[in-house]
Design a protein around this ligand. Structure first.
Ligand SMILES: [Mg+2]
Length: 275
């Protein structure tokens, strides 16, 4: 061992003995937020042709299925919906990453996420559509299908404003900006009415009282399956886990691609809340 190596070995021993008696090192601070430019999920949505190919594929597949589901009055995409043959057909769409793309928000917002940050961003920038959605909605409506938008954007009072749900106006504007006209009664936000919490099942069931729900379209498991998130919200009684979500995937396997159409979202969602 030459002199340099001996010196290095001694230095390493000194360091080791110092560490042995010192308190556990403090972990490095969480980087200020997150590095969206290095986030493969965000980059994939922003730049990959594959992303748009999939969204077009999803909406084309759904669009092609519309006539058959309209004609078959025994069909419902809502598990448990019965006696709906005489109700008018409807489809339920989520909003974020289903109708409007928030990838540019994901690239730029200062972490951590807060609802008001998305609301501010949505108010200040023109929305971009998820490729394929406008053609799908136009076709569904032309065939006599009512289109509902059920979003977990929450109603939150803004200081100095009287509106109990200013986010509804922002959401409607966003939908208009992607070329889809819509009246407020068809846009249902979390917290807009008593009982409309983040568990979307409550709002889906309300729609199913007056319409035969022929399709669900969204980017999150919770847009389809009840009780998909870790946080327990009525009527759910147990937190979602990866295991029980995997079980639900099988329970409802006949709906995927046949009444239920899920869009890719590797950026955020209830999947990040479960273990
Ligand atoms: Mg969404």
């Amino acid at each position: 061992m030459n002199t340099t190596r001996v010196s290095l070995a001694i230095a390493a021993l000194i360091t080791l003995s110092a560490c042995a008696s010192a308190p556990a090192p403090t972990p490095p601070p969480t980087p200020a937020g997150h590095a969206p430019l290095q986030d493969l999920g965000i980059q994939w949505v922003k730049t990959a042709a594959e992303y748009e190919a999939i969204t077009q594929q999803v909406y084309r597949t759904a669009e092609a299925a519309l006539p058959a589901y309209i004609a078959d009055t025994s069909w419902s995409a809502m598990p448990g919906q019965r006696n709906a043959a005489n109700l008018p057909p409807a489809v339920i769409l989520d909003v974020d990453e289903t109708v409007v793309s928030n990838v540019d928000f994901q690239l730029t917002f200062e972490r951590p996420f807060a609802n008001h940050k998305l609301d501010d961003w949505s108010s200040n920038y023109e929305s971009r559509p998820i490729p394929g959605v406008k053609h799908f909605v136009d076709t569904a409506r032309a065939l006599g299908v009512t289109v509902f938008f059920v979003t977990n954007r929450p109603c939150e009072v803004i200081d100095g404003e009287d509106d109990a749900c200013p986010q509804q106006g922002t959401t409607i504007d966003d939908i208009h900006e992607v070329g889809i006209a819509v009246e407020p009664e068809y846009v249902m936000l979390s917290g807009e009415q008593p009982g409309w919490d983040r568990e979307k099942l409550v709002r889906r069931e309300l729609i199913a009282r007056t319409h035969r729900v022929i399709m669900l379209i969204g980017d999150d498991f919770g847009d389809f399956v009840p009780c998909a998130r870790a946080k327990v919200v009525a009527p759910c009684s147990v937190p979602a886990t990866r295991a029980n979500r995997a079980a639900a995937l099988k329970t409802y396997r006949e709906y995927w691609g046949a009444g239920w159409y899920i869009l890719p979202n590797p950026m955020h969602g209830s999947w990040t809340s479960v273990r």
